[in-house]
Design a binder for this molecule. Structure first.
Ligand SMILES: NC(=O)c1ccc[n+]([C@@H]2O[C@H](COP(=O)([O-])OP(=O)(O)OC[C@H]3O[C@@H](n4cnc5c(N)ncnc54)[C@H](O)[C@@H]3O)[C@@H](O)[C@H]2O)c1
Length: 313
């Protein structure tokens, strides 16, 4: 049974990925994170700060010998937070370096969780993978993901490492309500609208590609199989829904689902934020057979249902 290590396993995508791999079966999974996992008690989670070289090495010596593949998700994942704390971008790069080193030493493949932020804020209706222009880094977060992608690719060239890189885009859904740690737009809007509070939309014309988390983790699952069987290696993919929606549409959909009136004000986009992105997901469709199923409206319905079931509303 292939053994998968998820870094950043207590986070939104990591927790959902564990959930997905457990549901489909056939894998054993361990996680590493600097925080405990609040949702999945069954996930074997090792508490290690991956910026700490000594602790990371000691963890790897004890637990990595039978690992077949690493899904590297650990990062500071919020764009505007890194505009305010740029030193955290450097930590992101260090974590990726550490994950790559663990893989290099053991000759195991890696899936790297990158971001659509590598494209910068270039107005395009459809963005294909080859449109990335690494001269443009819109924010320190974007720079940290560009560095991570470049490092990963360099390890393939210099050390024969096998990898797949995913550029995720606004992933939302269950296991994402921790507003004190990380204020992502979907949980923030659900929280505020449910309490009858006003929401602020930064960028009323902003168009983003929202990805329901089950689609995201099913894509990662397909990549795990492809990489373990060496069917697809050393490729970079957009992983998204492939459709654009405005933040106003998002807020309206949430208010509708909650059955609450929408109180909204709009302000200009903040520095470092992408204002227009719709992914071209043709490459993931054709090479990985990725097939996202959940529209934004249906995703909002499922997300609000999860908040209700979890007693958060
Ligand atoms: N969710 C999205 O919309 C989205 C979009 C684009 C890219 N991504 C990328 O996907 C990955 C996963 O995102 P997520 O949404 O699950 O984020 P998340 O913040 O929910 O999870 C990231 C996890 O990394 C952990 N982490 C941070 N620093 C660490 C360290 N020094 N050592 C060990 N663990 C550490 C955090 O504790 C957290 O649990 C991230 O790399 C993120 O940048 C996410």
């Amino acid at each position: 049974m292939p053994r998968i290590l998820i870094t950043g396993s207590s986070g939104q995508i990591g927790t959902n990925l564990f959930h997905h791999l457990s549901n489909i079966g056939g894998y054993s999974v361990i996680g590493v994170d600097k925080r405990p996992n609040n949702w999945e008690a069954d996930l074997e989670t090792h508490l290690v700060d991956l910026t700490d070289a000594e602790r990371s090495e000691s963890f790897a010596r004890q637990h990595l010998d039978d690992v077949d593949l690493v899904v590297h998700l650990a990062a500071y994942a919020k764009v505007f937070e890194l505009v305010e704390h740029p030193e955290r971008a450097l930590e992101n790069i260090t974590m990726t370096f550490r994950a790559l080193e663990l893989c290099r030493a053991r000759k195991i493949p890696i899936i790297f969780g990158s971001s659509r932020e590598v494209y910068g804020d270039i107005e395009r209706i459809i963005t294909g993978e080859s449109d990335a222009d690494f001269v443009i880094a819109e924010s320190p977060y974007s720079a940290s993901k560009i560095s991570g992608e470049a490092l990963t690719d360099s390890y393939a060239r210099c050390y024969g490492l096998h990898y797949l890189t995913f550029r995720f885009s606004n992933v939302y859904g269950r296991f994402d309500n921790d507003l004190e740690r990380m204020t992502r737009v979907m949980p923030l809007f659900i929280d505020k609208i449910s309490k009858g509070e006003e929401v602020t939309v930064f960028g009323k014309d902003k168009v983003l590609d929202f990805t329901y988390v089950d689609d995201c983790v099913s894509g990662i699952g397909l990549a795990i199989d492809s990489l373990l069987s060496s069917k697809v290696t050393n490729q970079t993919f957009n992983l998204a829904r492939g459709e654009g929606s405005t933040l106003v549409e998002l807020a309206e959909g949430i208010a509708d689902e909650l059955g609450k009136p929408l109180k909204m004000n709009t302000r200009p986009s903040r520095p470092g934020e992408v204002t227009h992105y719709i992914a071209n997901i043709g490459k993931a469709r054709s090479l990985l057979k990725y097939d996202p199923k959940v529209s934004l409206r249906e995703g909002i319905r499922r997300t609000v249902a999860w908040w209700r079931e979890s007693g958060l509303l």
